[in-house]
Design a protein around this ligand. Structure first.
Ligand SMILES: Nc1ncnc2c1ncn2[C@@H]1O[C@H](COP(=O)(O)OP(=O)(O)O)[C@@H](O)[C@H]1O
Ligand SMILES: [Mg+2]
Length: 230
């Protein structure tokens, strides 16, 4: 067992002369939903990539489910990502040639699960996501909200402890955004996942347990909602 799903301490990241992250520390508890808000260019995606081990910091430490990631080989990092982390991006990045079912099953097929078992689990996820009648549809036959739900299913496929979502509703209309955020909230609660969501929509961030604001590469505000939401 681990104490923190994510523990990042004093993270620095620069691109050339641009200092993007200037000493960011953030901890995410198991089963909690954390939102990061802030203006475009403030460093939110850079931080999320580092928390997801897709990028390495120039300074500071990250631990995922108690495992320090600094110095792990690319192979070990890839294994850690596929076991512990699921990603949802602004653009769904679904594979256009594959059906909704196949897209959801893909992460498990890649890690060697039997096709029959992977499709069984993908079917269950389609049901959970209210997409059972979309299983044979290709991404371009789905609405924006449906595509994003399939992407959420894909993120859940390997039963990660943590989901990282970077503006998952940035490309959706208001009503569909609310549905996607409610779904992510429900997943956190139902399945005991930890979720970090980047969004510029303050109303939608209000569904989270804790809200941080990123400003010029530092986290400047922390609003704990647990008193309000119980
Ligand atoms: N790979 C990169 N190379 C150079 N600059 C980058 C790179 N990634 C991000 N940046 C710069 O870092 C800053 C923060 O970017 P980002 O983390 O994407 O912000 P946000 O997600 O808050 O909009 C921006 O000025 C961006 O141009
Ligand atoms: Mg971004």
């Amino acid at each position: 067992m681990y104490e923190w799903a994510i523990s990042a301490n004093d993270i620095y990241r620069r691109f050339g002369s641009l200092e993007v992250l200037k000493g960011v520390s953030i901890k995410v508890a198991k089963g909690k939903m954390v939102a990061i808000v802030g203006k475009s260019g403030s460093g939110k995606s850079t931080l999320l990539h580092i928390l997801g081990t897709l990028d390495s910091p120039d300074g500071g430490d990250v631990a995922i489910c108690g495992i320090p990631v600094n110095g792990l080989s690319p192979k070990k990092l890839a294994a850690l990502r596929s076991q512990y982390l699921g990603f949802v991006f602004q653009f769904h990045h679904l594979l256009p040639e594959f059906t909704a079912l196949e897209n959801i099953a893909m992460p498990a097929l890649i890690t060697g699960m039997k096709k029959k078992d992977a499709f069984k689990r993908a079917h269950e996820l389609l049901g959970y996501l209210s997409l059972e009648n979309r299983s044979t549809h290709k991404p371009n036959q789905l609405s924006g909200g449906e595509q994003q739900r399939v992407a959420i299913g894909r993120a859940l496929m390997n039963e990660p402890d943590i989901i990282l979502a970077d503006e998952p509703s940035g490309n959706l209309d208001t009503e569909t955004s609310i549905q996607v955020h409610n779904l992510l909230r429900k997943i956190t609660t139902d399945m005991g996942k930890s979720l970090v969501i980047v969004t510029h929509n303050a109303d939608l961030a209000a569904l989270s347990d804790t809200i941080y604001e990123m400003k010029d590469g530092v986290l400047v505000a922390e609003k704990n909602q647990s008193v309000i939401s119980g």
